[in-house]
Design a protein around this ligand. Structure first.
Ligand SMILES: [Zn+2]
Length: 245
């Protein structure tokens, strides 16, 4: 066995046993244990970790721990600038695209409302979710730590909040999504890209009160849902604390 001294930062502490939060502690791990083994054994899914410093130097997940190592573990998007340091994950996903776990339907619909490409399906198994994430370059959103600990998973995000609106706020903040908001671009029901449609073409299908007030309309080609550009977006901005543009 080797003993290393660990310190976890920011929200990573939520995954630790209470007596290990926000302080240094010694942890005995198997000889030849990697940094990743130890971090996950302590309860933190590897997808939540952006940077690991061992004795002040950034290391990869495969780094083997040695007696007396001091290990500092940081979550993604810590406020200090880590661009010059090597991150544990080789390539960040450039455009945020998501696959939401089955219990996050409310969050998936809100993300689509904001314009983010989000796959969600009630019947998706863990295997389906992982293969969609890997095949389509999507970030897995889940509240299931076991799913994020799966070896194949490269990009995932544990959602701390419980209510959909708070989950959305959490993600916009943590993943710095505010600059990428594109309202009225995606169907809330099926995730397809919306197409502008002439008011005359949808007039028979919308309430008279809507026809009186609104002039811009959009159609979802696969599911034939009609959308209008109106107060909805103002509500969303209020929800996000007016972070949008
Ligand atoms: Zn649709």
């Amino acid at each position: 066995m080797v003993t290393a001294r660990f310190r976890f930062y920011e929200e990573l502490n939520d995954f630790l046993a209470p007596e290990r939060r926000k302080r240094e502690f010694d942890y005995r791990c198997a000889r030849a244990a990697t940094v990743k083994n130890a971090i996950e054994a302590l309860g933190v899914p590897h997808t939540e970790v952006e940077l690991v410093l061992v004795n002040g130097e950034s290391v990869e997940f495969s780094h083997i721990l040695r007696e007396g190592d001091r290990v500092a573990v940081y979550p993604r998007f810590e406020t200090f600038d880590i661009r010059t340091l090597l991150r544990v994950r080789p390539k960040p996903l450039r455009e945020p695209r998501f696959v939401a776990d089955t219990h996050l339907g409310g969050l998936a619909r809100l993300l689509r409302t904001l314009g983010f490409d989000t796959v969600y399906g009630n019947g998706l198994s863990d295997e389906d979710i992982i293969s969609i994430a890997l095949g389509e370059g999507r970030v897995i959103l889940t509240r299931d730590k076991a799913l994020l600990k799966r070896r194949e998973v490269t990009h995932g995000c544990f959602v701390h909040a419980v209510k959909p609106r708070e989950q959305m706020r959490e993600l916009v903040e943590r993943l710095q999504l505010a600059s990428g908001l594109r309202p009225y671009s995606r169907c809330v029901h099926c995730n397809a890209v919306l197409k502008p449609v002439a008011k005359a073409a949808v007039l028979e299908r919308i309430p008279a009160s809507v026809a009186r007030l609104y002039d811009e309309f959009l159609l979802c080609p696969p599911c034939d849902q009609v959308y209008w550009v109106g107060d909805h977006w103002r509500e969303m901005r209020a929800l996000l604390g007016d972070g949008g543009h």
